[in-house]
Design a binder for this molecule. Structure first.
Ligand SMILES: [Zn+2]
Ligand SMILES: [Zn+2]
Length: 346
């Protein structure tokens, strides 16, 4: 089968690999679509994990082989996959912090080599411990809608960490595909969203897609505009969907007492930023993060996406064939004014 193999920093090669063998508790899925995700881009550009690997974890496709011990799935089922699934039994899981579970940190989907998602390949092996993460795609929905399950889940999980009530004002900094998902999900829950970005095209889309206000992030009076829009009381919460420390610090000023600032894009380790901790102690402002998905939200995510209440088709701007995965990754890393979510079609 064909697979796009990561061989080193910025080095993706189309190679021929054996179709993965599967065990009695496993599935083999023929990949149809796989989303390009910032966490994969980071690994490819910075070489944070050793090669060789086949990346791609926002995967949807068709089941072509079902292990003898697998229940509830049949050959021909169209499915969306989750590569991380928690054990739901350990210390972390009992506390509901699934992304810190040791099993969760394992990757249960592979096209070969060290498991890394494998979606940039013709077939993936789906291991038994991630079967609770397999979601069936309704007949009327596309594979690319299926491939959006995982990113939407990560955003819904983060939204649920916010202590907000309908009518609250929330800033979403950054209107890339993830920021736009935050904007829409928060609006669906009755929040007044202030969207910010540097690209006018993205601000326009944010406005069309339910942001109450859309502000240029580099406007000299940005902070004043936010204060005016919140009648000087401050934001209830801010979501930082760009990996920029200054934006976090500014948001920390713009939230009201006991407001929350959620960092969602700061995945690169090692950078250090000074913060005034009295804001957290005296003003009770919370600085929180959220990472990856929550398996318990899958039904809710499937309902949102497949009903098209959250119509993710509007976010998918580019589709590349498997052979052009490197170009897909490059575009996702350096977005153009008209590019949002990028899919690899296999
Ligand atoms: Zn992802
Ligand atoms: Zn666990």
């Amino acid at each position: 089968m064909r697979a796009m193999v990561y061989r080193g920093v910025n080095d993706l090669r189309l190679e021929t690999l054996p179709v993965p063998k599967t065990g009695a508790g496993e599935l083999l899925v023929k990949v149809a679509a796989c989303g390009v995700c910032p966490t994969d881009i980071k690994k490819i550009h910075y070489g944070t994990v050793p090669p060789p690997r086949v990346f791609g974890h926002e995967t949807a496709g068709t089941i072509v082989r079902v292990g003898a011990r697998v229940k509830g799935f049949a050959v021909g089922d169209r499915v969306a996959l989750h590569h991380h699934v928690p054990c739901r039994d350990c210390h972390a899981c009992r506390h509901g912090t699934y992304a810190q579970c040791a099993q969760y940190k394992l990757t249960g989907i592979t096209a070969g080599f060290e498991p890394a998602g494998g979606g940039y390949a013709d077939y993936v092996r789906v291991m038994s411990f991630v079967l609770p993460g397999v979601v069936k795609i309704p007949a009327r929905n596309s594979f690319t809608e299926g491939a959006m399950q995982e990113p939407v889940n990560t955003v819904l999980k983060a939204v649920k960490r916010l202590r907000i009530l309908p009518g609250d004002t929330v800033l979403v900094a950054g209107q890339g595909p993830i920021g736009l998902l935050f904007t829409k999900l928060l609006a669906l829950r009755g929040m007044k969203v202030i969207a910010s970005d540097l690209l006018p095209s993205r601000l326009k889309l944010a406005r069309q897609w339910a942001a109450r206000w859309a502000l240029a992030a580099d406007a000299p009076d940005f902070a004043d505009q936010v204060r005016r829009l919140t009648h000087r009381t401050g934001l209830e919460a801010a979501v930082i969907a760009v990996p920029v420390d200054a934006v976090v610090l500014q948001a920390q000023e713009l939230v009201r007492g006991a407001g929350q600032v959620m960092v969602f894009a700061h995945t690169r380790r090692g950078a250090v930023t000074e913060i005034d901790l009295s804001r957290i102690c005296v003003d009770e402002k919370e600085l929180i993060g959220s990472y990856s998905s929550d398996v318990t939200l899958q039904k809710e995510v499937a309902r949102l996406v497949f009903s098209r209440q959250l119509d993710v088709r509007r976010l998918i701007t580019h589709e590349f064939p498997l052979e052009e995965t490197a170009a897909a990754v490059a575009l996702a890393a350096q977005p153009k004014p008209d590019s949002l979510k990028i899919m690899v079609l296999v």
